[in-house]
Design a binder for this molecule. Sequence first.
Ligand code: COA
Length: 411
Amino acid sequence: MRYAHIVGWGKHLPSRIMTNDDISKLVETSDAWIRDRTGISERRIAADHESTSTLATQAAIAALDVAGITASQIDLIIVATSTPENFFPSVACMVQDALGAEYAGAFDVSAACSGFVYALATGADAIKAGSANHVLVIGAETTSRILDWTDRNTCVLFGDGAGALVLQASDQPGGVLSQVLRADGSGGDLLYVSANGNGPKAANQKISAGTAAAPTADSHFLRMNGREVYKFATRVIDKTLREVMHRVGWTAGEIDLVVPHQANIRILESAMKSMTIPMDKCVLNLDRYGNTSAASIPIAMTEAAEAGRLLAHHKVLTIGFGGGLTWAAAAIEWGVPKVISKPQRTINRFNTSIAGFKRDARKLFRRTESRVMDTIDSTIGKPADSGSAKSSAKTGVPAEKDLAEGTSEPR
Ligand SMILES: CC(C)(COP(=O)(O)OP(=O)(O)OC[C@H]1O[C@@H](n2cnc3c(N)ncnc32)[C@H](O)[C@@H]1OP(=O)(O)O)[C@@H](O)C(=O)NCCC(=O)NCCS
């Protein structure tokens, strides 16, 4: 039987700190109000040169270092994020490139603040199914870039950051033992960013820039009904943690540590109370980082591991909840720490440091190969462009020109 153990962890937080007092200069609020209602004192904000993928990459490098593996050993990279740089390529592909993880598949998971547990479950299942031996699971966000800094209902809550875990296949029992993933799309309007403008189109609407389908500046902002989200969160945490505990046969009294999504201290206190788990078994860092969405769980897990709060055979619960609506929990039996020799660690770090050269070499190879193919094509007389309009007539896929003129109906 195969198990998926957590063997590496890492985090990366931007260095810029924004305090509650700083926010009170932007909107009508106060340090006392934010602290009392949320437990948050400050958060980190990404610098202009940082992005979700750069934060994710730094967290991943730290996690690989702890795991004592190289990027070439990774089979799969899953990034949970709601703030990707692009629709595609995914953040996971950008991390794959930055790490030089040449044998890894890579994709993003979009499940808002539950995203990390969704990604963890997916990675663990890939290992248990035998399709991967090492999976890099990352939660990374630059939520500050989708906040409306004039909306005090939301801008006080969130922060930026990234955390990463390395999962490794093992025949030793333990690791990610079970998970519960849930969603309720009927509550999608309680917490959302509508940004991409790909909603249903009017029958005669053209697909071109500047139509009603194009995003507006306002649609890029996160919007939330705080009261209702609060009620939803307190409702699902207790129920879902009990369900996942039941699956692995654990009782509340046996739990060593809970690593929850860091949304609001009041939500967590209420959930721990109804679970009869003391608050000192709940990892907290929202006072320093705010709600870092999909990144909050791996950041908190990294801090717990670094502080020696996660020991071999500890029974650990984790739970995420947020937009979608989505929520998800996992039961983890912490593994036995790996001992990585110093020379091995040095070799691994060297391999990581040459990722940039590998990337440049791959780009150069692709460019050269493309030129060689073009030369061969022109030598054997193959037409350079077989014509998009012509091929569209055969396939039914509208050509770009047709779309711009609105003359081609999708069939
Ligand atoms: C957002 C949240 C802190 C608001 O706390 P609340 O006690 O529910 O506050 P309300 O929304 O009922 O607002 C109470 C009052 O505070 C005001 N208020 C809201 N935000 C404020 C702020 N940042 N500073 C000062 N006052 C604020 C409201 O305008 C309202 O004023 P009014 O009574 O004059 O109308 C709380 O609802 C919450 O934490 N919800 C969950 C959010 C969350 O965790 N989301 C992410 C999930 S992944």
